[in-house]
Design a protein around this ligand. Structure first.
Ligand SMILES: [Cu+2]
Length: 465
């Protein structure tokens, strides 16, 4: 189906007869609950005044993204309206392994025009997202996936969702070839402080734009809010190779969740957000009203993305993309202060792994070094220590599980529950999780798309070690 006939079908509310729904590799049988449809489409957005053809994931309301109920298993019909193969990973959900959405692990890519049925547990309420686990992620095949529970529905706060992205007029294949040819070094930002033996490497891709909900900061989305009201801002870093620091400005704010998992509320107006990570701020709009930018500051560089919260009649001042200063370099200072609302049950660790994050900018190859396959048994309490031996930071993501951050540089603490943790250069971070979701090879990888594509990915398999 081409885009025009797809739009016509959507408008007519009769898309389903056009597609041949079948049980794909996911093998999930349609439940009695009504299904939610997600369409993988191509669409046109405007970036810096020019038309850009990108991918998109359109939910039942015709807008990007999906909202699910925490208390039910939702049947999701993923409908590919693309002319190329594709697949979507449900980042932050913990479905069965065949439904996880990594190509070939184990399910095959969806063919052009294919519909595949997924049974996705809502699980705990939270801010999650869905995205291609391929280079298509760079071309915006990504959207919010918000799971809401009873408490959320009762909460007297307006929900505002922000998906961040980094945009290039080049194709991801071109960007990758450029990195492998050594193109990274020329444009790379260096960061060093006193006492640091070597400069850290930041931003190996200089993008053409940084987007918040598909828009640049000089043409932002403006969300109407109420004077004196509460707003829950759910932010997803869907960028492929850019870290940001979120800044809610003058608003009174608390960070209430990271990676969709509640924490003990932390009073803060800024928070670091690496690729794949999410953060939820609960903000109070002042009684006198006004316009309040929610900014994403690019790491080590002046560019910004963001949206504006505005009360009725407030003057919205146009903000330039470039700020006056470089965005902060992401550290674990905030991470060390986080306390999960739901710690893992205290139990002895039954299996430990140390994984060396290695790589070289020359030739652009990255890896997770561990001599043997990573094998766990159902019921294990697993502890993994990531040791970053490189000069770039790596946001490490494990599929199918939530882990608790339990140590930074060997100093134990009871940190946040997450699915993606930042491991800065020359730093070690330990995480613990319960092996409670069997699979023959759950993806474990760096969420920098080009680090993953050039080798920084392993699997965690259940079975006899
Ligand atoms: Cu990495």
């Amino acid at each position: 189906m081409d885009r025009r006939s797809f739009s016509k079908a959507l408008a007519a509310g009769c898309l389903l007869p056009f597609v041949n729904a079948r049980l794909g590799g996911a093998g999930y049988a349609r439940a009695a609950t009504p299904s939610i449809t997600v369409n993988a489409v191509t669409r046109v957005i405007e970036v810096n005044g020019k038309a850009a053809t990108v991918f998109g994931l359109i939910g039942p309301d015709g807008k990007p993204g999906l909202s699910m109920d925490a208390d039910v298993v939702s049947t999701v019909d993923l409908i590919s309206v693309l002319s190329v193969e594709t697949m979507i990973h449900w980042h932050g959900l913990t479905p069965t392994w065949p439904q996880d959405g990594v190509p070939g692990m184990p399910s095959p890519l969806l063919a052009a025009g294919e519909t595949r049925i997924y049974g996705l547990p809502g699980g705990r309420p939270g801010t999650h997202w869905m995205h291609a686990h391929t280079l298509q992620e760079q071309a915006l095949l990504a959207a919010p996936l918000i799971v809401r529970g009873k408490a959320d529905k009762a909460q007297d706060a307006q929900d505002v969702v922000i998906l961040l992205h980094d945009f290039s007029w080049k194709s991801p294949e071109e960007l990758l070839v450029g990195l492998q040819a050594g193109g990274a070094m020329g444009g790379m930002d260096k960061f060093s402080t006193e006492g640091m033996a070597m400069a850290h490497d930041l931003n190996d891709i200089q993008y053409d734009a940084y987007l918040a909900n598909d828009r640049t900061l000089d043409d932002p989305e403006v969300v109407m809010v109420e004077k004196g009201g509460m707003v829950r801002v759910r932010i997803i870093n869907g960028a492929t190779a850019t870290g940001f620091t979120m800044d809610v400005g003058k608003l009174q704010a608390q960070v209430i969740a990271v990676d969709g998992q509640d924490i003990t509320p932390l009073t803060a107006t800024t928070f670091p957000l690496s690729m794949g990570q999410r953060v939820d701020f609960l903000c109070r709009i002042p009684a006198e009203g006004g316009a309040f930018p929610i900014l994403a500051l690019r790491e080590g560089a002046p560019e910004r993305a963001g949206i504006v919260l505005a009360t009725n009649g407030a003057a919205v001042v146009k903000l330039p993309v470039a700020g006056v200063a470089n965005g902060p370099v992401l550290t674990l200072d905030s991470e060390a202060m986080l306390v999960t609302a739901r710690p893992l049950v205290a139990t002895p660790v039954t299996r430990r792994f140390t994984l060396d994050l290695t790589g070289t900018m020359k030739g652009y190859t990255w890896a997770i070094g561990i001599p043997a396959p990573i094998k766990v048994a159902h019921g294990d309490r697993v502890e993994m220590t990531f040791r970053n031996t490189t000069m770039m930071a790596h946001p490490m993501h494990l599929h199918g599980h939530h882990f608790q951050v339990v140590a930074i540089n060997g100093a134990a603490f009871s940190g946040a529950l997450r699915d993606t943790v930042l491991v800065p250069p020359m730093t070690s971070v330990s995480v613990a999780f319960d092996a409670n979701n069997p699979g023959d090879g759950w993806a474990l990888h760096c969420h920098h798309l080009y680090h993953m594509a050039t080798g920084m990915m392993r699997t965690v398999a259940y079975g006899e070690a």
